[in-house]
Structures are given as structure tokens and as C-alpha cells.
Write a protein that binds this ligand. Sequence first.
Ligand SMILES: Cc1cc2nc3c(=O)[nH]c(=O)nc-3n(C[C@H](O)[C@H](O)[C@H](O)COP(=O)(O)O)c2cc1C
Ligand code: SF4
Ligand code: SF4
Length: 263
Amino acid sequence: MQKLGAFYFSGTGNTKYVVERLCELLKNDFVVSAHDVCSPDSVEELRRSEIVVIAFPVYGSAPPLPIREFVFSNAQYLKGKRIIVVATQYMFSGDGAASLGRVLKKLGACVTHAEHFRMPNNISDCKIFSIKNGEEICGMLEKTNRKLEKFARKICDGTEFRRGFNSFSRAVGYCSQRALFRKHENEKRSLLKVDESACTGCGACVRACPVKNMSLSGGKAVPLGHCALCYRCVNLCPNKALALFGKAPPEIQYKGVPKQTLK
Ligand SMILES: Cc1cc2nc3c(=O)[nH]c(=O)nc-3n(C[C@H](O)[C@H](O)[C@H](O)COP(=O)(O)O)c2cc1C
Ligand code: SF4
Ligand code: SF4
């Protein structure tokens, strides 16, 4: 059986959930393994994988920075390989998966499958996006699970499927979100705000940040200006002391996929 490696970035667990489900569905047809792109063994695992899944949450109709860095710095291990692109999103992206797919094709990889999966919103400090937790999100997960089953069948039987690889989806993704998001992405990386009156210096954000953007100084959290915008720390801070896009920390944090659905 061919070795299929799934490489993901996941701020708040949605993409990790989707990748783990997909691996479960593919395990009878491939030798599967899943790896966080931020983990030290990911490059060696990529080198050894014959088929590669790249999975990420869509940020402004585009892949997050850690995924772009992983792809560009390891282009030699992607060239000529069969690639499956998986994107998770709350609402829509037009061509979120295809935006990375096009890059992969230019690097000489062969993108055979690409799909978007709806997952709960994790931007918790902006009132225009509502946060759902627990039972409230089970219906959405059921639909995603059914879509994953169909997607896995296409991968196993070799039926190529590429969502969003057309000029209409590309125009929608670019004009509705990507152009604006890309323009402001760099300045957003230093937007993280700490409410010092709420921060107890517990260090949970420092330990959890996938890109080591948090430190402690004088018993308070201090962002270092290279945030990947993943919303992990904003949603896990036990004292709700952090805000990213919003002016103030969230009233309700996103707590990830409910435990009962993780079986
Ligand atoms: C910075 C940022 C930008 C986002 N942009 C979009 C978007 O353009 N379209 C969308 O539908 N969801 C968007 N989302 C929602 C996430 O893509 C979605 O919640 C995703 O499943 C989170 O995955 P994760 O838990 O693996 O990080 C955005 C989230 C963040 C944090
Ligand atoms: S997790 Fe919250 S309380 Fe703990 S150090 Fe970070 S910002 Fe402060
Ligand atoms: S600072 Fe927070 S939002 Fe930014 S990358 Fe780290 S955990 Fe994610």
C-alpha cells in the first residue's frame, strides 16, 4: 500500500478533526499518518510520503502563513507527488483550496483532489461572527462527516475532484476576501492585544502558540509581533485576556469540536 501523509495547520482543532476523520476513512487503502506542519518531524515525514494531503483553515480565502512556509520551503518533496488539498472554513472562500492548489501545481506537484469543509467559526472577538459550542455544532459536523465520506471515496477510487479550480471561484475568492486580507495580513500579525488587568501570567498562551509568538514579562503575556492569526490563545486563555481582530477579548470563546464527536 502507498504511504499517504496528511500535513495540517490547525489553530483551534477544526482542521485537525477533519484530517483525523479523513485518515480514518482512508486507512484501509493507504498507510496513513497525520502530522502538524509545526512539529519537528513533519519535513522528514513529507519526504517519505508518496501521496500528500495538505490541510488548513482558510484565512481570507487563502492558506495561513505556516502552510505557505511549509510548502515553499519543502517544494522539493512535493514535486511530482499526488496532492490532496483540504480546506476548512466557516462560511465560504470561493477558491480557498484552489489558491494553494495553483501554487502546488506551479511547484510541479499534481493536485488530484481539493475540497472545502464547513466547520465552526473560531473568530470569537468580533460580534458579527457568532460562536457556537457543544451540541449546537453537531448538525454542522454531521454534514461535514458525510462530505468527508464522499471525498474519501473519490480519493480511493481515483476519481479526480478539484473544488474551486475555475475562474469564477477564483474571482469570487480574490475580490471578496483575498485581495484585502493579503494587503493587511502583515499588520494584523502584530494586532494581538493583552488586557493586563485580566492576565495572571499563567503562561498557557506561551505554551500553546504554534509559532512561539507569546512570551512572559513582568508576570504578563507579551506578544512578539509574528502572530499567525490562528486564534488558539484568544480561545484558550482562562482569563479571557486576549483579543486579536476585535477591540476587546471575547465574551464567549470557541472551545473546539465537542468531545463526544471525537470518537
Ligand atoms: C484569521 C482568520 C480568517 C478566517 N477567514 C475565513 C474566511 O475567509 N472564510 C471562512 O469561511 N472562514 C474563515 N475563517 C474561519 C476558519 O477558517 C474556520 O473556523 C476554520 O475551520 C478554523 O480551523 P482551525 O480550528 O483548524 O484553526 C477565518 C478564521 C480566522 C482565524
Ligand atoms: S493565557 Fe491568558 S492569563 Fe495566561 S498568560 Fe496568556 S494572556 Fe495571561
Ligand atoms: S499568538 Fe495566539 S493567535 Fe497568534 S499564532 Fe500564537 S496562538 Fe495563534
